[in-house]
Design a protein around this ligand. Structure first.
Ligand SMILES: Cc1cc2nc3c(=O)[nH]c(=O)nc-3n(C[C@H](O)[C@H](O)[C@H](O)COP(=O)(O)OP(=O)(O)OC[C@H]3O[C@@H](n4cnc5c(N)ncnc54)[C@H](O)[C@@H]3O)c2cc1C
Length: 454
C-alpha cells in the first residue's frame, strides 16, 4: 500500500503505519485475530473520511471502520488487511436541543459522555450497553446496540432519527430527518443502523431524546432455582408490568462477582437473581415494584432487596456490569454467545444451555437481558484442547435457539465470528437479497469486506 500517497490526502499525524502503534487495532473484544492492518487513519471530518474512501476505491484497498473496539463479533477487525479507519478523534457533541428533544453528535463520542451531557440538561438517552463508558456512538449505530433498558425503551435504532454517512464510493450523504416523525421514501437510516460498518461510515448522528424519568426504583429478587427465576420473566410481563430493566444473573455469575463486590446483598445458595427496575413520574413506581414482588414470590422467589438510595442501587448495577469482566479474569477461555428467544422461551433457553454445557463437560454461566429474551451464554474453560468440544456445544446451542424461533445474536452482530450460523437462521433468498444490497451500495466491495456473510 502506498502510505505516502494516503498520508498526502490527510492532515499531518492522521495516518499511522508503525507496527507497534497500530498493534492495538489488530484485535477487539471478540478475541478473534490478531489481524494487523497496513495503516490506521484518524480522520476528523466527513471530508477526510471521504478522501480515504476515494483512495480505497482507486486502489482496491479494503477499509474497516472502527470505534472503540469493544465489539464482540470481530466487526472492527481488518480480517482482509488494508486500512482501519478509526473515528476516535471525532468526539464533538454538536448540539443538545431540549425543545426538539434531539442531540447531534460525532461518531467517536463515548456513549457514557453523551448520556451525562444529556442528563445535565434534564433529558434522557436510554440505550445503555454495559460497555457504555468505553464504546462509541458510531459503534452503537453500526451494531444497533442495546442494553438492560431496551426491555422498556428499545435499542439504538429506536433513537436514530438521521445520519450523515460516507458511502463506500466516498460520497457524503444524509439520511433521515430531525422531525420526530417522517415516512418519506425507504427507511435507509434503519437499514444503516445495524449494518455493522459494511454499508457506510457514520460521521454524524442525530438522536432522539426523552424527558428524564423522575422516579426510579430498583429491586433484586432472589431465587433458589435458576429456571424458576427465568420463568418469572414472562409472569411479570403477563401481569401487565413494564420494567425498564429485567436482568437475569445465574449463580455462577454471582459467585464470580461476589469477591469484587463484597457488599452485594445476595444470600449464599442463591440459584439466580432478577434485577428489576421500574421508572415513571410518580410514586406509583413503588406500587409497581410491590406488584413485581408478588409475581416473583408466586414464581418461587425467596427474598427481595429493594435498593435503599443511590449507593445501594449503584452497587447492584456495578455487580451486574462486572459479570463479564470477572468471567474474563477468572477463566482462561470464555466463549460468549448472545442468543435471543421469545420471552416465553427464556426458561427453556436457560435449561437447554446448562444441559448442553453439562453434556460437553464445560462450565457454563448465563446472565443478561432476560426481559428481552436476550441472554449472554458463556462457555468457560481453561484447557485450549477443549475448543473443538466448545464448538460442538455452540452448534447445539444455536440449533436449540433457532428451534425456539430465536436468533443467533441479540446484540453483538454477526461480524466475523458468527457468519457460519447466519444460513441456519435466514433463508438463502434473504441472504442473497442482503448481498445484492451490499453490491449496490459498495460495488467494489471495499468497505468492511468479509463481514456478516461467508
Ligand atoms: C464488557 C462489554 C459489555 C458489552 N455490553 C454490551 C451490551 O450490553 N449491549 C450491546 O449491544 N453490546 C455490548 N457490548 C458490545 C459493544 O460494546 C457494542 O457492540 C458497541 O456498540 C461497539 O461499539 P465500539 O465503539 O466499541 O465499536 P467497534 O467495536 O469499534 O466496532 C463495532 C462495529 O461497528 C463498526 N463501526 C464502528 N464505528 C463506525 C462508524 N462510525 N461507522 C460505521 N461503522 C462503524 C465497525 O466496523 C464494527 O463492525 C459489550 C462489549 C463489552 C466489551
Amino acid at each position: 500500500m502506498d502510505i505516502a500517497r494516503l498520508a498526502a490526502l490527510l492532515p499531518s499525524g492522521a495516518v499511522v503505519a508503525d507496527p507497534d502503534a497500530i498493534e492495538r487495532y489488530s484485535h477487539d473484544e471478540s478475541g478473534a485475530g490478531p489481524f494487523p492492518p497496513s495503516a490506521v487513519v484518524f480522520p476528523k471530518t466527513a471530508e477526510e473520511v471521504s478522501a480515504v474512501m476515494r483512495f480505497a476505491v482507486a486502489t482496491g484497498i479494503p477499509v474497516t471502520p472502527r470505534g472503540a473496539g469493544t465489539g464482540q463479533s470481530g466487526g472492527a477487525l481488518a480480517s482482509l488487511g488494508g486500512i482501519v479507519l478509526s473515528l476516535e478523534r471525532m468526539t464533538a457533541v454538536r448540539e443538545i436541543d431540549a425543545g426538539d428533544l434531539v442531540a447531534v453528535a460525532e461518531p467517536g463520542v463515548i456513549l457514557g459522555d453523551l448520556q451525562r451531557a444529556v442528563l445535565a440538561e434534564g433529558l434522557f438517552y436510554p440505550p445503555d450497553p454495559a460497555s457504555l463508558d468505553m464504546c462509541t456512538l458510531g459503534g452503537n449505530v453500526a451494531e444497533n446496540a442495546g442494553g438492560p433498558r431496551a426491555v422498556k425503551y428499545g435499542v439504538t435504532r429506536d433513537y436514530v432519527l438521521g445520519l450523515e454517512v460516507v458511502l463506500p464510493t466516498g460520497e457524503i450523504v444524509r439520511t433521515g430527518r430531525r422531525a420526530p416523525k417522517g415516512v418519506a421514501g425507504y427507511d435507509l437510516t434503519a437499514l444503516l443502523v445495524g449494518s455493522e460498518g459494511t454499508l457506510g461510515i457514520v460521521t454524524e448522528v442525530t438522536l432522539k431524546l426523552l424527558a428524564r424519568p423522575r422516579r426510579v426504583e430498583t429491586a433484586l429478587f432472589v431465587f433458589g432455582d435458576m429456571v424458576a427465576a427465568a420463568r418469572a420473566v414472562v409472569d411479570i410481563t403477563r401481569a401487565g408490568l413494564t420494567p425498564r430493566t429485567l436482568e437475569f444473573i445465574d449463580h455462577v455469575a454471582i459467585a464470580h462477582v461476589r469477591p469484587k463486590v463484597p457488599e452485594l446483598p445476595i444470600p449464599e445458595g442463591a440459584g439466580a437473581v432478577l434485577l428489576v427496575e421500574m421508572d415513571g413520574a410518580t410514586d406509583a413506581v413503588l406500587d409497581d415494584i410491590v406488584r413485581v414482588d408478588a409475581c416473583a414470590r408466586k414464581a418461587g422467589a425467596s427474598s427481595t432487596v429493594v435498593a435503599e438510595g443511590e449507593a445501594q442501587r449503584a452497587t447492584l448495577w456495578r455487580a451486574r456490569r462486572m459479570v463479564s469482566p470477572c468471567l474474563v479474569e477468572a477463566n482462561r477461555f470464555k466463549v460468549a454467545e448472545d442468543a435471543a428467544v421469545p420471552r416465553s422461551r427464556v426458561a427453556d433457553l436457560v435449561a437447554a444451555f446448562h444441559r448442553i454445557a453439562a453434556a460437553h463437560r464445560l462450565r457454563a454461566c448465563a446472565f443478561g437481558h432476560a426481559g428481552d429474551g436476550n441472554l449472554h451464554l458463556n462457555f468457560l474453560f481453561d484447557d485450549s484442547s477443549l475448543k473443538p468440544e466448545v464448538d460442538r456445544a455452540v452448534d447445539e446451542l444455536f440449533r436449540a435457539v433457532i428451534e425456539m424461533r430465536g436468533t443467533i445474536t441479540g446484540e453483538h452482530g454477526v461480524g466475523l465470528t458468527k457468519r457460519r450460523f447466519l444460513p441456519w437462521e435466514q433463508s438463502a433468498r434473504i441472504i442473497e437479497l442482503q448481498k445484492a444490497l451490499k453490491r449496490t451500495i459498495d460495488p467494489r466491495g471495499i468497505l468492511n469486506p468479509g463481514k456478516i456473510f461467508l
